[in-house]
Every structure is written in structure tokens, then in C-alpha cells.
Design a protein around this ligand. Structure first.
Ligand SMILES: Cc1cc2nc3c(=O)[nH]c(=O)nc-3n(C[C@H](O)[C@H](O)[C@H](O)COP(=O)(O)OP(=O)(O)OC[C@H]3O[C@@H](n4cnc5c(N)ncnc54)[C@H](O)[C@@H]3O)c2cc1C
Length: 445
């Protein structure tokens, strides 16, 4: 652990057999006659990490309960899989420091996790393309150029490495998508956008600005699509590749994308918009449906705190306590996996006393000791708070101050982990998938 950082261990820390006052002491309950003997894994978190882990665990035959108090961050993401912002992520991963999540999971887990994720998406007719060995680049809604590793069909068509000339479409009234700004700013990044064309739409919401989800729903309607294709056709002579905000449907994106391309005879690509992000929502929808199809029990809208098994001197967790309005429920588990995200979504909570607290088991959190060191001077530079998190071993078990696993049956994955500034290094979704996959396989043996 680095020199200028400190592990904050709260007064309520469940170490050394001392149980936190807010963590009730309940003995683990063993299955009764007729009750399932499958391993019961409770996954806390409904983001990419938690939903993907739920599917991997259910696929492996575990009984899975997934609990979260709010939606995860998928609707805030661009809907691609960032592995590492380098031209060749697979080569650069080997150069990362030892405590980096990718070094802990190993490359094999990353590869297998991505392959599992791509299979899931393919099965839902939302195939991802890309390579670990070579990044692709796409335009963002702010006109910058972003590298990523795996993309859905609409975004893949916009790969800037292809060199084909680009025209952007403008939907009047659409919030937060300004093609002229993209054109101007992308020039600085060496991308030439030939022109911007105004594209009319039928029935945009007229009493307020339209959001990406409004248009995504309209694009699902085949008669509406037919009409706009008819209106757009005469406006696009000579255009070979057209960039649109990423709103081409939520449920049937591939069908819609293909139909518009075929009807207009040009390549169409999507540019991920500011939130709500439709490509992120597509992934969330597919994962939720797949988890439900595999029998995962999903409990949404409840905060969770951990329970420790009092009979085994704090070395096992017993399950969790769910807090919803007016009542609490105890759930027993053989394994608990924390996929609660980092500072942004409630997994880590910054406190008045300059401590960052882990919200479920009050695990030790590694963060800079001095609060003034948490943030960098510029938004676009390294932010120390972003690397704050839980330290785990290569099995994804949270470590105590003695660097030993705190509980035999507790695992953590995703945005909650320390050891990387995922935003700065462009590794968010790769870390989520690799660590979720590794944690589930280690937990289920
Ligand atoms: C504010 C914000 C900004 C973001 N910006 C970007 C961006 O610019 N680009 C990008 O690609 N991605 C962005 N994301 C997405 C984010 O990076 C992903 O969420 C990330 O990959 C982490 O995924 P995760 O599944 O580990 O956690 P999250 O997606 O954060 O999900 C955490 C889950 O845990 C639940 N949870 C937390 N604590 C508890 C508790 N005590 N009890 C019960 N449930 C709990 C939450 O309700 C949530 O469901 C952003 C997310 C947020 C929240």
C-alpha cells in the first residue's frame, strides 16, 4: 500500500471479533429439510458488475439474490467496454502495477469475462465487436476522440480508424447534442467532419427539450421510421457515413440500425450522448432480463448492511440486512459479493471526519489521509478520490490491515476496488467484468 495513503478503519469496524453496533449478530442458519442446498450468493449492486456477476453465478448453478438500493451507473456510461486507454490494451496491461485489479485477476479472467459478456450480448442480438490487442476510436458528444475496446454495432461503424468521410446529423430540439460543436472541437483532434445536416423528425416532444430516451422509443416504431427515412433520403446525396446521436432504439437496435442503413444506402454510426445513455440502457436491459431468465431473485430499492457470523469469530459473513421503508429483513447467505461501485454510487461514503467508509461491512478503505488531497486541481487530471477503495487479493477477497482476507466468504468487485483510477486510465468496464467474473468463480470454487 502506497506511502502517502492511509487505511481508514471506522470505529464500527467488524475486525478482531468486535461487531459493529449497526451489524446485528446473527448465527448463520443452515438449510432446513426441503430447503435448497445450492450455494446461496447475495450480490449487492445493480450496475454492470453486479448484474454480470449475477448471471455468471446463476449460470454456474448458484442460487442468486441480487439486491440494490438504486440503479447502477450503466445509464451514465457510453455503453462500450473500455479495457485500457492504450492502442494495444493487452500489451499494456502487463505493465500495470502489481496491485492493479487486472494484475490481480490475471489476463485469462479478463479474456474469459469479455468472451462471456459478448456471448450474452450476441444471444440478445446486440453483438459487440473489437479486439483486446487493438483499440478503436470513436467521437464523443463533446467532440473529443475516445479509445475503447469493444463496441455495439452502431458505435463500431463510427471507428475513426476506418478513415471514411463523416457527415453529422442534427435533430432540432434534442438536448445535449450539438453537432456543430462536435465538428469544431474534433478538428483539434485531427478528425475532419465534412458537414452537418439538419434532419427533420416527426412528433418530437414539443413541451420540453427531448431526451435521448424519447427518441429511442420513437425509433422503435416501424411506421415512424418509414416516414423519417422517406423525409431524410433527399437530404443525403453523396453522404457515405452519417453520425447520429445514439438513439436508434433500445430493444431492437440491430434491426433498426440495419433497416435505416439499407433503406438509405449509407453507413450510419451512433455517437453516445450525455446521460441518459441509450447504449448503456440497452446493456442494462439485456443483463436484467437474462438474470431474471436464469432465476436470479432481484430486490430493488433497498439499502443493505452486512451481517457477520458471530459463531466463527468474525471470519465469515452471515448475510445482509435489507432496509426498506418501515421494515428490515435479514437474508442468510453462503457467500456475499459486494458490487456497490465506488464513491459515485453509494459503495463508498465520504464522511465529515475525513474518512471514507465502505457502506455495507465497513471494510477498511484505502484513501489519501488529507481531505484536501482527494481532488486534483483540474477536472481532467488525476483525482485521488477516484482510486480510493477496497484492497482485495487475487481471489477478490477484501483484505484487512494485516493484508489477510477479512472473511472467508466475502468478495468484492468492480468500482468498489482500489488500485486504479478507472476513469483516467479508461478501464472501467474491463475491470467490472474481469473482477466480477473472477470473484464469482473463486467464490463458487
Ligand atoms: C455519478 C456517476 C458518473 C459516471 N460517469 C461515467 C462516465 O463518465 N463514463 C462511464 O463510462 N461510466 C460512468 N459511470 C458509470 C460507472 O463508471 C459504472 O457505474 C462503473 O463501471 C461501476 O460499476 P459498478 O457496477 O461497479 O457500480 P455501479 O454501477 O456504481 O453500481 C453500484 C450499485 O450498488 C448499489 N449500492 C451501493 N451501495 C449500496 C448499499 N449499501 N446497499 C444496496 N445497494 C447499494 C447502487 O444502488 C448500485 O446499484 C458513472 C457512474 C456514476 C454513478
Amino acid at each position: 500500500m502506497e506511502g502517502n495513503k492511509t487505511c481508514s478503519l471506522g470505529e464500527h469496524s467488524p475486525t478482531n471479533g468486535i461487531l459493529a453496533p449497526h451489524l446485528p449478530r446473527f448465527a448463520r442458519s443452515w438449510p432446513r429439510i426441503g430447503e435448497s442446498l445450492l450455494t446461496h450468493i447475495i450480490i449487492v449492486g445493480g450496475g454492470l458488475t453486479g448484474l454480470f456477476a449475477s448471471i455468471v453465478a446463476a449460470d454456474r448453478g448458484a442460487k442468486v439474490t441480487t439486491v440494490f438500493k438504486g440503479r447502477g451507473g450503466l445509464s451514465l456510461s457510453h455503453g462500450c467496454i473500455d479495457v485500457l486507454d492504450r492502442s494495444s490494451p493487452s500489451r499494456s496491461i502487463t505493465l500495470l502495477p502489481d496491485h492493479h485489479p487486472y494484475q490481480l485477476t490475471g489476463k485469462a479472467n479478463l479474456k474469459d469475462a469479455i468472451s462471456k459478456f459478448r456471448d450474452l450480448m450476441l444471444h440478445a442480438e446486440y453483438p459487440f465487436s473489437g479486439k483486446l490487442s487493438k483499440s478503436m476510436s470513436f467521437l464523443t458528444a463533446l467532440g473529443s476522440v475516445k479509445r475503447t475496446s469493444f463496441t455495439p454495432p452502431g458505435i463500431a461503424r463510427g471507428d475513426l480508424n476506418s478513415g471514411k468521410s463523416i457527415v453529422l446529423g442534427h435533430f432540432s430540439g434534442f438536448r445535449d447534442f450539438y453537432p456543430w460543436m462536435i465538428q469544431k472541437r474534433s478538428t483539434k483532434a485531427g478528425v475532419r467532419i465534412a458537414k452537418v445536416i439538419d434532419l427533420p423528425l416527426l412528433e418530437p416532444p414539443d413541451r420540453r427539450d427531448a431526451y435521448s430516451t424519447d427518441y429511442a422509443l420513437l425509433f422503435e416504431d416501424s411506421e415512424w421510421r418509414e416516414e423519417i427515412i422517406r423525409m431524410w433520403r433527399p437530404l443525403l446525396p453523396g453522404v457515405r457515413r452519417l453520425g447520429l446521436p445514439a438513439v436508434l432504439g433500445v430493444r431492437n437496435h440491430c434491426e433498426i440500425h440495419e433497416e435505416i442503413e439499407d433503406s438509405l444506402g449509407i453507413e450510419i454510426f451512433e455517437i453516445p450522448t450525455l446521460p441518459p445513455s441509450v447504449p448503456g440502457l440497452r446493456i442494462e436491459r439485456i443483463l436484467l432480463r437474462q438474470a431474471q431468465a436464469l432465476g436470479v431473485k432481484i430486490i430493488e430499492g433497498v439499502g443493505v448492511i452486512g451481517r457477520i457470523d458471530g459463531r466463527s469469530r468474525g471470519k465469515r459473513v452471515a448475510g445482509v440486512v435489507l432496509h426498506s421503508t418501515g421494515r428490515t429483513i435479514q437474508l442468510d447467505a453462503d457467500v456475499v459479493l459486494l458490487a456497490t461501485g465506488g464513491m459515485l454510487n453509494g459503495g463508498l461514503v465520504a464522511q465529515q471526519d475525513h474518512r471514507i467508509r465502505e457502506s455495507v461491512f465497513d471494510l477498511p478503505v484505502l484513501h489519501p489521509a488529507n481531505r484536501s488531497d482527494w481532488v486534483g486541481l483540474s477536472l481532467f487530471h488525476r483525482q485521488a478520490y477516484a482510486s480510493a477503495g477496497i484492497f482485495v487479493n487475487s481471489r477478490m477477497q477484501p483484505l484487512g490491515l494485516d493484508e489477510k482476507p477479512m472473511f472467508k466468504n466475502l468478495y468484492a468487485a468492480g468500482g468498489l476496488l482500489a488500485g486504479s483510477d478507472r476513469s483516467l486510465e479508461g478501464s472501467r468496464q474491463g475491470i467490472d467484468l474481469a473482477t466480477a467474473y473472477c470473484a464469482v468463480n473463486e467464490a463458487l470454487g
